[in-house]
Design a protein around this ligand. Structure first.
Ligand code: ADP
Ligand code: MG
Length: 353
């Protein structure tokens, strides 16, 4: 076993909570200790609960108050400005891994909606579902019952990536490599395989060599830092972190940065955090604004301008096998994801990645 494997073993299996990491390591110009310092300054749940609630700000568009009518009009105005704008292609195909080992922070929601928004705006986008739960596949309306060829076959059996890719029927230009329940066992099966950390990377490179280029490949990670996530981080050059504007939002972030650094230093020197999106922002609480401010202060280059509001429409869409981009394109959530996707695309075209 090579030294690299040993190191990754340590990262994956032992998940050291306090392993020393070189200071310049986060690749963000921000030492993780600063993040830890800041954790202390974020109000804890009991202190904040209720206290920060100010006036009602509608986060969705289906209540019939005058304020809401304004919101609908404003949404439509933004929609007209934003839609129809073709997004520029990136200088090179971009592979972004959407990671955060916390569950329920909006990884899957962000992956599918950013991907759909990009595809609706003229880009060719592949979503790779790397979570055994297959939520991204579900949200894209992609068949992923047990017999369907899936990313499991790619990782474990070496099936070509393009053999498992399916088109998304609701959005042109959007494709998905689905996850089936088999993937739950892959974490263990991968351990004994050759080049177990780079199997996804090899599959993506092989697909590109057949002339099948996607403008964007977004990889939806499971909420853990195991071999599936390591495969995603080796395959990508960029990490895209969704952060939920909630209590304990930054908890675990330094652990994530440490793991990114381990993969960067031993397996994938190009890997860096390029993009952070604040999700489930609740305009009624001071806490959401505080979390957003803290994150922006530490990652000024990476955080996207728009925050995604909490929106019922966003959470309803997956049960219809759709993204919110088609389920309710004028909702606040859809507009926010469209704007986020546009900013990512603009950065990509300007080479600011
Ligand atoms: P993860 O993939 O990180 O586990 P998900 O994307 O599945 O997180 O989101 C967790 C839950 O939060 C899901 O039920 C999802 O529908 C909901 N959710 C995500 N983003 C929003 C949002 N902006 N507004 C309302 N609900 C949301
Ligand atoms: Mg998920």
């Amino acid at each position: 076993m090579s030294a690299v494997e040993l190191v990754v073993d340590e990262a994956v299996e032992n998940l050291p909570a306090d392993a020393p990491v070189p200071h310049e390591s986060a690749g963000l110009g921000v030492g993780e200790n600063h993040v830890d310092d800041r954790l202390a300054s974020i109000p804890t749940a009991p202190a904040e609960a209720g206290a920060g609630v100010t006036t009602e700000v509608p986060t969705d568009t289906h209540h019939a108050s005058v304020d809401d009518e304004h919101a609908v009009a404003e949404n439509l105005r933004r929609r007209i400005q934003l839609t129809g704008r073709p997004f520029p292609k990136p200088l090179d195909s971009r592979v972004m891994t959407v990671a955060n080992q916390k569950g329920g922070v909006g990884k899957t929601t962000t992956t599918v909606n950013v991907a759909a928004a990009m595809a609706q705006s003229g880009l060719k986008v592949l979503v790779i579902d790397l979570d055994p739960q297959g939520n991204a596949s579900t949200a894209l309306g992609i068949d992923h019952h047990a017999e369907v060829p899936s990313i499991y076959d790619v990782l474990v059996d070496g099936t070509p990536l393009l053999d498992v890719v399916q088109p998304c029927t609701t959005v042109d230009g959007l494709f998905c490599a689905p996850a089936t329940i088999d993937l739950a066992g892959a974490e263990i099966e991968l351990v004994s395989l050759v080049a177990r950390e780079s199997r996804l990377q090899k599959a993506i490179v092989a697909a590109a060599e057949t002339g099948h280029e996607y403008d964007y490949i977004l990889i939806d990670c499971p909420p853990s830092l195991g071999l599936l996530t390591v495969n995603a981080m080796v395959a990508a050059t960029e990490v895209f972190i969704p952060i939920q504007c909630e209590y304990y939002a930054l908890e675990g972030l330094s652990q994530l940065l440490k793991n990114i650094e381990l993969v960067r230093s031993h397996l994938n020197p190009a890997l860096h955090v390029s993009t952070i999106l604040l999700t489930m922002y609740d305009g009624r609480t001071r806490l959401s604004a505080q979390v957003a401010d803290e994150v922006r202060e530490h990652f000024p280059e990476q955080v996207l301008r728009i925050t995604v509001p909490r929106s019922v429409r966003v959470s309803e869409a997956p049960s219809f096998g759709e993204t919110v981009m088609t389920y309710d394109p004028t909702s606040s959530g859809a507009l926010a994801y469209l704007e986020a996707a546009g900013e990512i695309a603009d950065r990509g075209a300007a080479g600011q990645v």
